[in-house]
Design a protein around this ligand. Sequence first.
Ligand SMILES: [Zn+2]
Ligand SMILES: [Zn+2]
Length: 146
Amino acid sequence: MSVAFRIRCCLCRKNIPLAGDAIALDGEWQRRYPDMLGTLACERCVIDRGWNCCTTTQGGFVDGHVAAPEDQVDVDSWSHHLERGIHRAMVVAYPHSGLLQGAEPYLRWLAGDRYTLPEVAARLGAALGEFDAQHSGTRTPQPATA
Ligand SMILES: [Zn+2]
Ligand SMILES: [Zn+2]
């Protein structure tokens, strides 16, 4: 038993093909594409929207550049991939993005399933709590004055 879901790519908003990996992108991608919804992308977008070089012709990093993860040599957009993997693993590893990008039913199910590891269920529960708090906050805004 499980719950089917599709991840909408954070860049093109199309469903990430089930046969392909989802790729988690870092803060530099978010800086370059401020309208990203979540951080999980399709393979097509990381190729089509990637960049060849993080530095200027003078040799320094471009203005505002967000450093790649410490274990990466920081040269181009490929340095700014955090991880890639199958859809289920990626939405569990990045639940905040998963909730925004279409995996909410799956993550709610997994958080409550009795076979889910306790530490995973706790992490998902925390992400779901934040997600619900943000969403209830937008539905019922607090008045500015009492
Ligand atoms: Zn895409
Ligand atoms: Zn870089």
